[in-house]
Design a protein around this ligand. Structure first.
Ligand code: 13P
Length: 250
């Protein structure tokens, strides 16, 4: 089964609307006509509508870095699925390790958010990954499988199709220390096998599993050539148009 790769830019807490606009103005010509991969930008909430308008009619989609699970309510600082859709975003990140680390998100919260995204037709990119001490203790597979089971609890076979998983080893995020293609490929195989256990082989075969963690123009191709790696979730190297375009065109 051939899976269309998805290359996503997670801008984290960088870029004002003017800076986001400048990025898109420079970036779109660099990737014009590129249809081999899906391209998604994840700006901060304050730049979301600027970026949606800037990419209109292009081959680039836009998502929110975080979304609440409730329909609406007294949740200061949060954004709902309906708000995301009303602005024109189509994707959301769920359970990024920085959300888990600094904002207390656990597998239960990830599961609630995933259910809400699926209900609203928003494409969810669910982030999982082990910490360095877990890898060194030989617990990578156990951690990844537990995170997957937690995230996918109660998700039905029928609803699962849009789900995208991002494998982001926490020790590789923002450190310049990338997983080797072999390490990443091994983790992706573990993830796909566990999804097969949970949701069956057809879903496992179709689901896209992205790699994230210090992806740069010079290592993107060796990572993305791996059989089970179906795209990349890029932080630092996605902040400059030429560098992100080089990754898109790996
Ligand atoms: P870096 O590419 O900066 O390591 O960040 C990865 C990441 O967290 C993407 O979500």
């Amino acid at each position: 089964m051939s899976r269309k790769a998805l290359i996503a830019a997670n801008w984290k807490m960088y870029k004002t609307p003017a800076e986001a606009q400048a990025f898109v103005d420079a970036f779109l010509p660099l990737v014009a006509g590129h249809t081999r991969d899906e391209i998604v930008l994840f700006p901060s909430a304050t730049s979301l509508s600027t970026v949606v308008e800037a990419v209109a009619g292009s081959n680039v989609a836009v998502g929110l870095q975080n979304m609440h699970w409730a329909e609406e309510g007294a949740y200061t600082g949060e954004s709902s699925a309906a708000m995301l859709k009303a602005v024109g975003a189509t994707h959301t990140l769920i359970g990024h390790s920085e959300r888990r680390q600094y904002f207390g998100e656990n597998d239960e919260v990830v599961n609630l958010k995933l259910q809400t995204a699926l209900k609203h037709g928003i494409i969810p990119i669910v982030c999982i990954g082990e910490h360095l001490d877990e890898r060194e203790a030989g617990k990578t597979a156990v951690v990844l499988c537990a995170q997957l089971r937690g995230a996918l609890t109660g998700v039905t076979l029928e609803a699962a199709a849009p789900i995208v998983i991002a494998y982001e080893p926490v020790w590789a995020i923002g450190t310049g220390r990338t997983a080797t293609p072999e390490m990443a490929a091994e983790a992706h195989q573990i993830i796909r096998a566990e999804i097969s256990q949970i949701l069956g082989p057809a879903v496992a075969d179709a689901v896209r599993i992205l790699y994230g963690g210090s992806v740069k123009p010079d290592n993107a191709s060796s990572l993305l050539q791996q059989h089970d790696i179906d795209g990349a979730l890029v932080g630092g190297a996605s902040l400059k148009p030429d560098s992100f375009a080089a990754i898109v065109k790996y």
